[in-house]
Design a protein around this ligand. Sequence first.
Ligand SMILES: [Mn+2]
Length: 197
Amino acid sequence: MSSERIAQVERKTRETDIRAIIDIDGEGKSKVSTGIGFFNHMLEGFSKHGFFDLNIQCDGDLEVDCHHTIEDCGIVLGEAIKEAVGDKKGIRRFGSSFVPMDETLVLCSLDLSGRPYLVFDADFTTDRVGNFDTEMVKEFFYAISYSAMMNIHIKVLSGENNHHIIEAMFKAFARALDDATKFDDRVKGILSTKGSL
Ligand SMILES: [Mn+2]
């Protein structure tokens, strides 16, 4: 097994001041404070269902709107994931998960490929859930995909309630990432014919 897979990332701009710590091999404990209630709820779900210990503190310009806070938290969380995952030796690399939530069913499939790419197939019927703009869900996962340099596909297979759809996405992403970051004894070195990811 490798050494500890923990990373801390700090990022301060004129729009946001963010500190994130993630432990890939955690228990699902979280301490999240972004100033956006529904976003806190989503990040806590990500931590719980991926068994990642997560601490995110964000002080953002919410008097403008939620855009900078959500996007920048995605950038910082993605950087923390990338750093914590490290050289990717011995891990499964790919992960996929289906998560149901009542009428909703969401697929997330990802590859820690070293190449950022997001495919996001979802429609929302409300502009907002609490103080969270639904159009920011895609921006968040886009930020994660490029800062963690991973390929992420998210597809809503069925769903009506916007809260359910977004929550199922965060849980599906968490479970897929948990799967992809697991060690597999059969993986010798890095799981790529190229020899690097
Ligand atoms: Mn909920």
